[in-house]
Design a protein around this ligand. Structure first.
Ligand SMILES: [Zn+2]
Ligand SMILES: [Zn+2]
Length: 222
């Protein structure tokens, strides 16, 4: 499951991108809002108390470091992690920087998944809109289809690779609380940005509010 769900999420995201335009579709925006609410809730309900239970006084610092790391990563990814590309720069070059920053992001996200099914669902749901926006961007850029496909495959295997590394390297487990704290920082930044951007200009939107409440409730009750 842990290796299949994140891969499946990218495939679903790719298929979605073939049928609807992520930048304008209402359904896509609702999915994005739901993914942000669910990811934030699972982080706050499960992962956050867990790292503080370790009793280490430095975990708070590592959470903030993770948040900073995500801010830095978004300088090159332009916000794909929270569901859109701010800058519509269509060039013929292969977007190496985008790939590298997304790989770091997705690899780290794989770490805490061995311990929590809910988090696994949260990351998988979060990667569906990310993969959709990424597919749309790649296919509209001037790189070849094979390059675009390769990009998606590399991105897709990063999260399972992170989970695998956590399960197989003793040294990583020794620093588990710190690594998970960094991932919490990433989750907090990504999910709150999704929710922030979901209510642009603070205009009331009933359907978005409903899916956000649904995301929180599902994370709480499941
Ligand atoms: Zn943004
Ligand atoms: Zn992510």
């Amino acid at each position: 499951m842990i290796y299949i769900l994140p891969l499946l999420a990218v495939i679903i995201g790719f298929i979605i991108s073939l049928f609807l335009k992520p930048s304008s579709s209402v359904g896509f925006k609702l999915l994005l809002s739901f993914s942000g609410a669910y990811l934030l809730s699972v982080t706050v309900f499960e992962l956050l108390p867990e790292v503080y239970r370790s009793g280490d006084p430095n975990v708070g610092l590592f959470i903030m470091l993770g948040l900073l790391l995500q801010i830095v990563l978004e300088f090159t990814s332009k916000g794909v992690e929270h569901g859109h590309v701010h800058q519509n720069e269509v060039t013929g070059h292969f977007p190496y920087l985008l790939l590298i920053s997304l790989c770091i992001h997705a690899f780290l996200e794989g770490f805490p998944l061995n311990n929590s099914d809910h988090l696994l669902y949260g990351v998988a749901i979060h990667h569906i809109p990310v993969a959709a926006i990424l597919s749309t961007f790649l296919l509209s850029s001037k790189i070849t289809r094979v390059q675009a496909f390769l990009f998606l495959v590399i991105f897709a295997i990063m999260t399972p690779l992170g989970s695998w590394a956590e399960a197989n390297f003793e040294v990583l487990r020794r620093y588990e609380a710190y690594i998970n704290a960094v991932v919490i920082g990433i989750f907090l930044h990504v999910s709150t940005t999704i929710l922030f951007e979901a209510s642009k200009n603070h205009k009331f939107n009933a359907s978005k509010l409903v899916v956000i409440v649904l995301g929180i409730l599902l994370a709480y009750l499941l």
